[in-house]
Write a protein that binds this ligand. Structure first.
Ligand code: URA
Length: 307
């Protein structure tokens, strides 16, 4: 993705955008060895930029969808030495951080990014991004108890907002109830505490959706980059404007003659998933999603070496 030179310089922490513009017009900035004085100049992710001869170190904005397994802490490092997210993204050069958190024993969808603006917007209560959880509890939960969750329950930190609750079914043989809960708040252990409140403590909890993102095609421990469209949808979900540097999709043109695609084109970028100790296979399994998601990607998918 190409971005305006002054934006790149500002994002790299070289200067404010206004100052960066001054550097450019003063001829202090070179792109791939050539002085660039045009303010509208756009540069690609691999352009080599210098200011007064000093290389500018850029960190590509990175958005990863991670399927956190149970028994992993939602931090990049655990002082107690437990498995953490860092164990799964060792080969990603960018420093990404989790957006929000899942309990140690909760599994499911977690967004990792180095885009502070988006992370902040997504976790801000005013943006009300929906998160859906699959819940399994022992026992047969009567409808009136589920209705309590729908209305809102009183927890020690206040009433919960009305939740969307969808009964998936009763398993009479195993004496279990399965349902989904969709909430937009992000309080600590909220779903577990809501279930405690109705007298049915959680046995199993998995986040399956956050805003427009789902776990489709990912296995536990897998990680993949988001599509540009997904990033834009996420931005829109939390009230951020469309990234002005991102081109709109071009209007439909007459179809060119069909050409065989080089292998890998049109697929999401694969990420190396590091095999944490004790895990049998760390191969990302995103094939089914690759097949089902037919989106025009504006940037070419890049394969990253697997470990
Ligand atoms: N609610 C919980 O109780 N736990 C989580 O990990 C996420 C939401």
């Amino acid at each position: 993705m190409e971005e305006r030179l002054q934006k790149v310089l500002a994002a790299a922490g070289v200067a404010s955008r206004r100052e960066a513009e001054e550097y450019i017009t003063a001829g202090r900035v070179k792109v791939n060895g050539k002085v660039v004085k045009e303010l509208g100049t756009k540069v690609g992710p691999n352009a080599f930029i210098t200011v007064d001869g000093h290389p500018v170190h850029r960190e590509r904005k990175t958005y990863l969808l991670f399927y956190k397994p149970r028994g992993v802490v939602t931090t990049m490092k655990d002082p107690e030495g437990r498995k953490s997210i860092a164990d799964f993204v060792k080969d990603i050069p960018q420093r990404v951080y989790p957006v929000g958190r899942l309990d140690y024993n909760t599994e499911g969808l977690l967004l990792l990014t180095n885009d502070g603006e988006l992370a902040q917007a997504l976790t801000h209560p005013s943006h009300e991004v929906n998160k859906t959880y699959e819940v399994t509890v022992p026992g047969i939960v009567p409808q009136d108890k589920l209705d309590l969750l729908r209305i809102g329950v009183k927890l020690e930190d206040g009433m919960t907002a009305p939740a969307l609750v969808n009964l998936m079914g009763y398993d009479y043989d195993k004496n279990l109830t399965r349902f989904t809960v969709t909430i937009h708040e992000g309080r600590n252990r909220q779903v577990r505490r809501m279930c405690d409140y109705i007298g049915f403590p959680v046995r199993y909890l998995r986040r399956v959706m956050m805003g427009p993102l789902t776990l489709t095609g990912l296995r536990r421990g897998d990680c993949r980059e988001l599509f540009n469209e997904e990033i834009e949808e996420l931005r829109a979900t939390c009230g951020l404007k469309r990234d002005p540097e991102k081109k709109e999709k071009p209007a439909a043109e007459p179809k060119p003659e069909k050409k065989a695609k080089p292998a890998g084109e049109g697929k999401p970028k694969r990420i190396a998933v590091v095999k944490p100790e004790g895990r049998k296979s760390a191969r990302p399994r995103i094939k089914s999603e690759e097949k089902s998601v037919k989106r025009a990607q504006s940037d070419k998918p890049k394969r990253i070496k697997k470990v």
